[in-house]
Design a binder for this molecule. Structure first.
Ligand SMILES: [Zn+2]
Length: 87
């Protein structure tokens, strides 16, 4: 814990559980991410890609990553997903 970077979000990990869900490591870091979510299958080609700008929490031990989809994007995913049947 030598270096300390000043960031705009000083409360890292506050919204996250203490340990990695996969390997229970504490060795995780938060990143700003842009995730393009595509719908699977051929029918997914018709659906618009949903871009999510979210904080990613990456486990530096096992590579497990998690992020929270903001509500507006979550709604878009739910709406666009309606009527999709697995092809
Ligand atoms: Zn892990």
């Amino acid at each position: 814990m030598g270096k300390r970077e000043v960031e705009e979000q000083p409360q890292i990990l506050e919204i996250w559980p203490m340990f990695c869900k996969s390997c229970h490591s504490e060795n995780r870091r938060e990143f700003n991410g842009e995730v393009a979510i595509h719908f699977p299958g051929l029918k997914g080609l018709d659906k618009p890609t949903v871009f999510v700008f979210a904080k990613l929490l990456v486990c530096l031990d096992c590579s497990f990553a998690e992020f929270e989809v903001p509500e507006a994007e979550l709604r878009r995913l739910a709406e666009a997903g309606n009527g999709t049947s697995a092809a």
